[in-house]
Design a protein around this ligand. Structure first.
Ligand SMILES: [Zn+2]
Length: 77
């Protein structure tokens, strides 16, 4: 059984912040759209930055206390 190490909540962790994942996906439509029309891909660098931010920041969190979920499987006792 998975359990939160901070508040003893047991259950499934939330994935958060989920909006950041959507933002990272949606913002790519802008430079790709410009690129497909033969223009300089505006917002290319912000897209890369937001994607990197989402990859680093979207983690499972505890739905009760909001702390990061420690998902590391302890190898053997
Ligand atoms: Zn918790």
């Amino acid at each position: 059984m998975k359990r939160c190490p901070h508040c003893e909540y047991s259950g499934r962790p939330h994935l958060g912040p989920a909006w950041l994942l959507w933002l990272a996906l949606l913002i790519w439509l802008v430079p790709l759209g410009f690129l497909s029309m033969g223009f300089w891909p505006f917002l290319l660098l912000p897209s890369v930055a937001i994607s990197a931010w989402a990859v680093m920041d979207v983690r499972p969190v505890c739905p009760q206390c909001g702390q990061r979920w420690k998902a590391c499987a302890s190898p053997g006792e």
